[in-house]
Ligand binder design. Sequence first.
Ligand code: PLP
Length: 385
Amino acid sequence: MIPYSRQLIDNRDIRNISRTLKKDLVTTGPKIEQFETKIKKFVGAKYAVAVNSATSALHVACIALNLKSGDWLWTSPISFVASANCGLYCGAKIDFVDIDEKSNNISVEKLKKKLIKAKTKKKLPKIVVIVNLAGLPCDLYEIKKLSKIYGFKILEDSSHALGAKYNGKRIGNGKLSDVSVFSFHPVKIITTLEGGVATTNDIKLYKKMQMLRSHGITREKKMFKNRVSGHWYYEQHLLGYNYRMNDVEATLGISQLQKINKFFIKRKKIKKFYDKELRKLPLILPENKRNKISSLHLYIIRLKNSSIYFRNEIIRKLRKKGIGVNIHYIPIHFQPYFRSLGFKKGMFPESEKYYKTAISLPIHPGLKKSDLIKILKVLKNLLKK
Ligand SMILES: *Cc1c(COP(=O)(O)O)cnc(C)c1O
């Protein structure tokens, strides 16, 4: 089966990992900070906190942004459940803002309308988690403007978007959002196996997230509340977690980041092939916008025929031919857990329409030209009838 996405780990990555495995420090050693430095430079942010997953990064970001029980967190229904769960971990209430039919990202228009309504009911969100789906940036400038008017914080779920650019600058640079979160799960742009990072330009958020990833503990003398010292001394100031990344994972991250441009060249080639070859089929292809450069984590096509049975048949037939397509995502409010919180079918029509028609085609640096030709041939056969 040709997977929709897959890690590309080479011998150099393995050699680098083996070196770290022989060191004294294999958990919190020097590699974490090195990796954080490289990531923050890459995205253009002041600070980066590496953790054991993007889910953990979303959680510590929500706490650092002071999300409390009874507050509201809004996000897009078309994302992985983690984009909403981070709010629930903090006891916050969740609501969704429907997507824009062209970008498949949160709709600025619908966000604005919902904010106006929420203001009259005094139910404004504390955080809006925006999701740069497939690696395509959201309308950051417009959302930032709304955040100033309505006073919410912007948390970017950029799990897909490492390397993506908005107005010429990399996603996660901290200028148009409060915190941006990236995932290093094997299917994402680069991998640390499991792993994630939060980037920000706010030193207070940075310090807080750093403490929260390790039990709420600080070892910085300047921060101590008691006048005790000694290399053994530390203080717990917050209720934190063990969300630490380890040095072996960070080593893989550093090694992978060195290859990211090669990865992008491959992804761009695949996108170009699909853009050109699929144009004549009854499909809606990913949106191209001048001020947005996608990291091309996913290549999501939408069928013009909007029957879910048709979509399911296409997926079944593609998989039968060895093409590992997938769907990103089932609307979060369709999940039984979210149904139990009161969400119903019909609440977010554009997301529900998306779900009936979306298919993620294979795109990853290990994909071969012969794979692409096979995918095209099968798709053509299925859609021509
Ligand atoms: C992968 C992903 C996550 C979770 O990432 P982990 O590192 O596996 O915790 C969250 N949100 C989105 C949109 C993702 O694609």
